[in-house]
Design a protein around this ligand. Sequence first.
Ligand code: 5MM
Length: 329
Amino acid sequence: MLVANDKGLLAMDESNPTCNKRFAALGIPQTLEFRRAWRELIVTTPELGESISGAILYDETIRQHQQDGTSFIQTITDAGIIPGIKVDTGAKDMAGHPGEKITEGLDRLRERLNEYFEMGARFAKWRAVIAIGPGIPSHACIEANAQALARYAALCQGAGLVPVVEPEVLMEGDHTLERCSAVTEEVLHTVFNHLYTQRVLLEGMILKPNMVLPGLSCPVQASAAEVADATVHSLLKTVPAAVPGIAFLSGGQSAELASERLNAMNLRFKSRQPWALAFSFARAIQQPAMEIWQGKEANVLAAQHALIHRARCNRAARRGDYHAAMEGY
Ligand code: 5MM
């Protein structure tokens, strides 16, 4: 369901510090009411369900309502979108491993999953963060994060929620495309090893990985075709065919680049990919709309127009039908 009909996921699960950071960059007040208003703008966007299969919410958001009193969960469900929930409690500094993070949230996870299921969530998400730099990532960081992802995924399946397993290799750094491939492959091998050990049903999960990209400050950048080839080759080596869908994070790429690269993957590997190649973007769907909104009621309709445009571009990219002309160039 989550990757059927060329649709994809909308990640709107920014924690308060992350959401506030995005608002601060645009001069939007960083308050509970503005966060609520932004999420109301998203969930009430007309026809969102035609391109979006599931929306990943945050603990604050899943409990919120529109101004007219309708719960966000109700609006999402009425739009034919499956509600999901981010259940990790954040990536924290890893003891003894400077520059590396370990994602927390396993304590009381079983109880929290049951509560979210009761509230209407049908899938969940946990993000591990892997940085590339001199001497990192360490074996310890990859192992610890992979084990936590697998324990989270097993608990989700026990609670009736589909786990979205998100090991993110970050774009920051001057590393090459080849180094990102090598690290991504090691991370995915380790994650699937732990998923197997923890008896996670691969048919009942979604993988949410990074695309394989050169570091942001690498002097040699890559074309969409090169990114597509590197990404799918790494995935073919590491992700079992039993996994139904791979939904990429955007990781700070521009909205257009994320669509172009996803499109190139689906175009070039249509006959060879054993899984659906979909999207689970936050910034690459939300950012253009947020820049138009600026926290002002008068800009809501224009912002919703930008949001649905990105959702449609990414649905087209799933079919290999996305073209720059869609952006009105
Ligand atoms: C990598 O972040 C995920 C996808 O977002 P992008 O497409 O923008 O990369 C996203 O779901 C992420 O997990 C949340 O937006 C941020 O969560 P935190 O917990 O860091 O606030």
